[in-house]
Write a protein that binds this ligand. Structure first.
Ligand SMILES: Nc1nc2c(ncn2[C@@H]2O[C@H](COP(=O)(O)OP(=O)(O)OP(=O)(O)O)[C@@H](O)[C@H]2O)c(=O)[nH]1
Length: 178
């Protein structure tokens, strides 16, 4: 079976760890030469090629460029668990995405990154989980620094994309699927 190519945009406020998540995911599996925007994975015997689009950080006033939503199959919306502000920004980005796509729901994983910074936590796991439930999105808390749940997060986004296409694949993973 040929690899299914899926385009994934990684969005969120500045410095939440978008590039760190992408690099951790890609570098971990390609040691010598890698293109930081492309990664392959296999889920249930199906090969996927993930084209990762690591966006420059947004804030609540940024417009979501049309190019971020054209041909994008799934979204990873990242906040930092150490920044309440970054959670607020992700909510604004989400509303803009729905506006621009004209859809009620898009394949999406909400990600709370930097869980290793325990003393600096401002957003509880419950709060992130509730927001994801409200959006009917998957939810994952990660640490790019400690490589926690990074692969699971990308598996989840693929599963959310598959689900939106009518394929309800079940896969053991430790992110909470929608
Ligand atoms: N402790 C800790 N630091 C992290 C983690 N992820 C990223 N960082 C740090 O946070 C800072 C920002 O990380 P980036 O990956 O550049 O964040 P970004 O969201 O791509 O930033 P912009 O491109 O500016 O929007 C860097 O100093 C990273 O080392 C994490 O999981 N834990």
């Amino acid at each position: 079976m040929p690899a299914r190519v899926r385009k994934i945009a990684i969005m969120g406020f500045r410095s939440v760890g978008k590039s760190s998540i992408t690099i951790q995911f890609v570098e971990n599996q390609f040691v010598d030469s890698y293109d930081p925007t492309i990664e392959n994975m296999k889920i249930r015997g199906q090969d996927y090629q993930l084209d990762l689009i690591d966006t420059a950080g947004q804030d609540e006033y940024s417009l979501v460029p049309q190019s971020y939503i054209m041909n994008i199959d799934g979204y990873v919306l990242v906040y930092s668990v150490t920044s309440y502000k970054s959670l607020e920004v992700v909510k604004v980005i989400y509303e803009k995405l729905l506006d621009m796509t004209g859809k009620k729901q898009v394949p999406l994983v909400l990600v709370g990154n930097k869980t290793d910074l325990r003393m600096e936590r401002e957003v509880s796991a419950d709060e992130g989980k509730r927001l994801a439930e409200q959006w009917r999105a998957a939810f994952c808390e990660t640490s790019a620094k400690e490589n926690q749940k990074i692969n699971e997060l990308f598996t989840s986004v693929i599963l959310e994309i598959e689900k939106s296409e009518g394929n309800n694949l079940q896969e053991k993973g430790s992110c909470i699927l929608s």
